[in-house]
Write a protein that binds this ligand. Structure first.
Ligand code: ATP
Ligand code: ZN
Length: 621
């Protein structure tokens, strides 16, 4: 079936549709719908990019995918399925992350516009910055259950994705998770932390054993830490939970006894904690209750397998079985690379079973309501169930807005919100009255001067960039440079901080053709975007050349400096929907620049944070 748009659109629009090149980022719930709409609307030149492969859980709403496609690249399969609607289209599919350096500003510049169909903030921030730097329109979209939103982002005309700070993810104090849980979510977070302690990336902040420094328990704890044991000299030897588990061969009975009996006993010894709270009950593996709250054992609750409550006996069995499977997977990984580890994934059966079983056993111990595996999955994965209809409505609105862009009627691209309940005018789909102008203080899109620098990225070192380009040619005194797409600090004005990378070439630092650097000189109140253009070194050409209006590259007058409205702090959080009412959580420009307090985040952790962006946990302790 080949679609025909003859007679549907005006000739001008038909021509614009047929001659433009367009990029779709993300081939998930919204992306599949957008791609289908594009090919049926007559677009002829499309690129689509998605880093993921198809999971069985995608099939209920991502209609370009079928059972036989599970495990294959989303972008590739989306392309093949869309071509079956209209074979007369050039679709290039990339099975890749849009955040890779090869998708540079120059790559973005080839498109008339970009349509985002992403599910996380890091990637959205990245595409936002790329489209601003390339000065092309971006249609941003997101859904969360019945809610959805579409908005146009165009440099100098509208708010950018980062003009308004985003809400921080909910966090819980460590002592609530480790000592005094009172809600199911506290036990679920504990279960996820336990998974990471045993099999994941080690994070000292995600300890699961009793917190002896809990101020509420001050003075009431016993002498020895639960996981410490006295050596011959009588000192307490502390071992990590992973070491402990490894030393005991991941024996499920021993681990159960430690986690759900001994640690709980230890918590009971912190008397102050239980003066006004219900005391937890330590459990022994051979004396577990076999009843399920609210249903008889012979007549288990109706419903899907995932929605059937588990008894504590069942939880213990699932704990043992999943522990064994995870241990095998973990040891297998480590035999190939001892630094490798498991990554918690709600769609991994054993990882999900483990967390659900642990969370429910802990909930039982603390007298907290237990949850089904289904509920725990949505809480642990921070999932609001996706609704195919909302995705379809939003994708339709995205493509309608793309027509406005093609007609050069950007002012008609009003943001649109899709809601569960009608507003006072009876509308479920609510357009805004006009465009939202940019936030003048936005660190990302405010009009900082921009200059291109032609260099050989394989030859120029970071030190040369600092000395010869920023200081010598651009008259900076103490520059800080951050790579826009990732937030990685490349040059720091703080002495000694980046010494290790001075000798590295730009390419080694992931700065390739089209990379954008945000450069700030705190001493002079002087900010600049530097776009790197790669040019192979040649004998008869200078090895560094600036292109652009250098007269605009000047320090600001006193008092002119603006504070950033945005930063990278929340970059890795999952963010299906762009929330409107959000709290100011992100640091100001000057916060990002000078870090006097040693407890503040180091560039290294900033780098990790920006580079990670994969695990969309609910909780950050
Ligand atoms: N950096 C990135 N580069 C390319 N694609 C990305 C990037 N980050 C996320 N995506 C893709 O964006 C899509 C978002 O789609 P969607 O929100 O439907 O998520 P999903 O992963 O398919 O579903 P769910 O998260 O509910 O299991 C996903 O296919 C995801 O792989
Ligand atoms: Zn902005």
């Amino acid at each position: 079936m080949a679609a025909s748009i003859a007679g549907v659109f005006t000739d001008d629009l038909k021509h614009a549709i047929e001659s433009c090149k367009i990029l779709v980022v993300g081939a998930g719930g919204i992306g599949c719908e957008i791609l289908k709409n594009l090919v049926l609307s007559g677009f002829k030149d499309i690129e689509i990019i998605d880093l993921d492969t198809i999971d069985v859980s995608n099939l209920n709403r991502q209609f370009l995918f079928q059972k036989q496609h599970v495990g294959k690249s989303k972008a590739q399969v989306a392309r093949e399925s869309a071509l079956s609607f209209n074979p007369d289209v050039n679709i290039v599919a990339h099975h890749d992350s849009v955040m890779k350096p090869e998708y540079s500003v120059n790559y973005f510049k080839q498109f008339k516009m970009v349509l985002n169909a992403l599910d996380n903030r890091a990637a959205r921030n990245h595409v936002n910055r790329m489209c601003l730097a390339a000065d092309i329109p971006l249609i941003e979209s997101g859904t969360a259950g019945y809610d959805g939103q579409v908005e146009l982002i165009k440099k100098g005309m509208t708010k950018c994705y980062e003009c308004e700070p985003k809400a921080a993810q909910k966090t819980f104090p460590g002592c609530t998770i480790r000592n005094t849980p009172s809600e199911p979510i506290h036990c679920i977070v504990w279960g996820k932390h336990l998974f990471n302690q045993l099999f994941g990336e080690y994070d000292a902040d995600n300890d699961v054993s009793p917190d002896t420094e809990d101020p509420e328990a001050a003075g009431s704890a016993g002498e020895s830490a639960a996981k410490g044991k006295a050596n011959e000299k009588g000192d307490i030897e502390r071992v990590t939970t992973r070491q402990w588990a490894q030393q005991s061969g991941y024996d499920s009975s021993k681990l159960f006894h430690k986690l759900f009996h001994d640690d709980i006993d230890y918590l009971l010894s912190m008397h102050n904690l239980w003066e006004k709270r219900r005391k937890p009950t330590p459990l022994k593996m051979d004396q577990l209750p076999d009843a399920v709250a609210g249903s008889s054992k012979d007549n288990p609750a109706e419903g899907l397998k995932d929605q059937r409550p588990w008894s504590i006996v069942e939880c213990a069995q699932i704990f043992s079985r999943s522990l064994k499977e995870l241990k095998n997977k973990f040891e297998d990984l480590q035999s190939k690379n001892k630094d490798d580890h498991l990554v918690w994934d709600k769609d991994d059966k054993d990882a999900m079973d483990f967390v659900a079983a642990c969370a429910n056993i802990r909930a039982y111990i603390f007298g907290i309501a237990q949850k089904t595996r289904f509920d725990i999955k949505s809480m642990a994965g921070n999932i609001i169930p996706a609704i195919a209809t909302t995705n379809a409505i939003i994708a339709g609105l995205v493509v309608l807005n793309s027509f406005n862009v093609l007609r050069d009627q950007l002012e008609s691209c009003h943001s649109v919100y899709c809601r569960l309940k009608p507003n006072h005018r009876g509308q479920l789909i609510v357009p805004e009255r006009g465009l939202n102008p940019p936030n003048e203080k936005c660190y990302v899109c405010r009009d900082s001067p921009q200059i291109s620098v032609c260099v050989d990225v394989n030859k120029l070192t970071v030190k040369e960039l600092e000395e010869r380009v920023l200081k010598s040619l651009l008259n900076m005194v103490q520059p800080d440079a951050v790579k826009d797409s990732t937030g990685d600090v490349i040059i720091s004005s703080e002495e000694g901080e980046m010494d290790g990378i001075h000798h590295k070439t730009l390419a080694e630092m992931g700065i390739l053709d089209g990379s954008v650097l945000s450069v700030d000189d705190f001493v002079q109140t002087y900010s600049l975007k530097v776009i790197v253009n790669h040019r192979e070194a040649e004998h008869n050409k200078p090895d560094i050349e600036l292109i652009g209006d250098q007269s605009k590259c000047q320090p600001k007058e006193e008092g002119e400096k603006t504070n950033g409205a945005s930063g990278d702090k929340a970059a890795e959080e999952e963010d299906d929907l762009m929330l409107i009412d959000e709290i100011n959580e992100t640091p100001s420009t000057s916060d990002r620049k000078r870090k006097q307090d040693p407890s503040e985040e180091s560039p290294a952790s900033k780098k990790l944070r920006a580079a990670g962006a994969v695990d969309h946990d609910i909780i950050v302790l």
